[in-house]
Design a protein around this ligand. Sequence first.
Ligand code: NAP
Length: 299
Amino acid sequence: MLTGLTIAIIGGDARQLEIIRKLTEQDAKVFLIGFDQLDHGFTGATKLKLNELDFGTIDSIILPVSGTSMEGTVATVFSNEKVVLKQEHLEKTKPHCAIYSGISNQYLDGMAKGANRRLIKLFERDDIAIYNSIPTVEGAIMMAIQHTDFTIHGSNVMVLGLGRTGMSISRTFSALGARVKVGARDSAHLARIMEMGLTPFHTNELAEHVENIDICINTIPSLILDKHVLSRMTPRTLILDLATRPGGTDFDFAEKQGIKALLAPGLPGIVAPKTAGQIIANVLCNLLSELTTDRKGLS
Ligand code: NAP
């Protein structure tokens, strides 16, 4: 239980609703900023404007998956009001206050550091990344179906990267009957790809492997599908680039080559916001319970 914890949830989308539900069920006292247009009333949660929040009472702040913009603006799907989080807000919180965000940027990192508050980037955690790979794969399948006129079954699929997302993508497309080749640079990854019954290749040799590919799914967050590689690809290849913005594809050059290349960010929040919210809520609850246990230990 999270009894005794006061938590501010600042901004966010439908995923935040699962977090609010879970935290209020666990008896936390929750303040909602940027939710004035949300019809649903959660018992135990109070809607406020940012300037009405008493930061001095706050044990934890939960930001949207995107964190803040480089100007401190927090995305608020359930409000038209602009919410800008500043270092002076964080400085007023209790000294042990932790800030939870999906990802971060220089502004958010700098603000947390300047205020001497812990910033936890949830999407860097293996557990969240692995759970999130499940809705991500479903989103990739959805896009592959929407943007092709052939079945995944029997098609030649290339996956780039055997990280937490690439592994789930490779396994699932193979289970759907695709012939899957996976590119990686780590020798242990290449061994794992072979063990999984898939075809491994080193990403240094990518250009030699792209000729006959129907769907190429990239999970490598750096420019891997560059001019040299794209010039060896046929225009019938569909590229689904899942890597974080700006992706790993030279999109302008792909267009010039007549190759359909789609950057597909945030698939879990698009195809399964409820599940994506539950994934974050469950891990958050465990982290916050540890906080209450630590505080009991100290008192
Ligand atoms: P991850 O576990 O870190 O996997 C990334 C993989 O890329 C690693 O295996 C890494 O291999 C490999 N890699 C990195 N740079 C490389 C390079 N220059 N050459 C060859 N391989 C390279 O990350 P993840 O959790 O799978 O996420 C992958 C990307 O997808 C991230 O950008 C993430 O933000 C994004 N993502 C997007 C969605 C969506 O909805 N679109 C959902 C989830 C994640 P090494 O171990 O050799 O470095």
